[in-house]
Design a binder for this molecule. Structure first.
Ligand SMILES: [Zn+2]
Length: 304
């Protein structure tokens, strides 16, 4: 009897051990299975967290859309590019303005009657003339891009009071932009761009619009250090870090060109007559002189 009970007891023990073994195996399987599920959950959570950051960043997407939109210059056909290279870019040169109806007179050919000027701006505006950016003009000079066939740049030298009093209101009336090459020593504080819609300010030097030691423009004989200082001072008066220059009296030499280049000016204009073409020296660009008494037809032939 005792033997039989012991056998039974051993049998139960083996059965219990088997059950415990099976239970352990089941628990291990369940543990592994659950761990797998948890890992999947982590992946899903990661996806949910990560995806919105990359796909819902609307600012970034908007910027990308804007970047993709081609500019006027980028949309030109090959034929337009070739034609624009042959046409050249007229950069018009003005100085002073006067109002005949108010009894004013223009001293010399550098004075433009304001109603004649208004006719010119009206013509450019109605005929959809395009004012390229300076970067587009640099690209054009370097042969990297064309320009729309109706491209035009208006420049007004010195920053005389007649420009602000008479010409700026006309530019604003037609929403047409002109560049003011400013003698910045005429100003004691920085210019607030928000007060001058349709005016792009660039440099005509700070204090070099005067005779130097040889009687010609002071830029010709200034030292390298003082030339750099002068060009940097312009940037304390002109907004947006000006990078385009116009030689006082049109006088320049290789030293002037080196100073401009070293001071990060990208283009410079002379008073030599003509249009700007690809291959021109970016620091020796010609302009088209506008003269008192020019008829509208004479103007049209200068800009077409
Ligand atoms: Zn000048």
């Amino acid at each position: 009897m005792a033997n039989s009970r012991r056998r039974k007891k051993r049998k139960y023990k083996s059965l219990l051990a088997l059950l415990l073994f099976i239970l352990a195996v089941v628990l291990i399987i369940l543990f592994i299975h659950n761990k797998g599920k948890q890992d999947n959950k982590t992946v899903k959570i990661n996806k949910i967290v990560v995806e919105p950051i990359t796909s819902n960043n609307s600012d970034e997407n908007n910027n990308k859309t804007e970047e993709k939109k081609p500019s006027v210059v980028e949309s030109l056909s090959n034929e337009e590019i070739e034609q624009s290279k042959k046409r050249g870019l007229p950069v018009l040169m003005y100085h002073f303005f006067y109002d005949e109806q108010a009894g004013e007179t223009g001293k010399d050919a550098n004075f433009m009657e304001i109603h004649a000027f208004e006719e010119q701006i009206k013509y450019l505006s109605e005929n959809n003339y395009y004012v390229p950016t300076w970067e587009e003009i640099l690209g054009y000079v370097e042969g990297k891009n064309g320009l729309p066939l109706k491209s035009i740049v208006l420049t007004v030298d010195d920053g005389d009071e007649s420009f602000f009093r008479l010409a700026v209101p006309v530019l604003q009336k037609y929403n047409f932009t002109a560049t003011s090459f400013l003698i910045t020593s005429w100003y004691t504080s920085p210019i607030a761009q928000e007060n001058f819609k349709n005016v792009d300010f660039q440099s005509h030097s700070h204090n070099m619009h005067k005779a130097g030691s040889d009687g010609k423009g002071a830029f010709l004989t200034i030292s390298y250090e003082n030339g750099c200082k002068d060009l940097e001072t312009c940037r304390t008066i002109i907004p947006n870090n000006c990078r385009v220059f116009c030689y006082p009296f049109g006088h320049f030499n290789d030293n002037c060109k080196k100073i401009l280049k070293d001071c990060n000016y990208i283009l410079s204009f002379t008073t030599q007559g003509g249009r700007v073409f690809p291959g021109d020296d970016p620091y020796e660009l010609p302009r088209v002189r506008m003269s008192k008494g020019d008829s509208l037809n004479a103007f049209i032939s200068k800009v077409k």
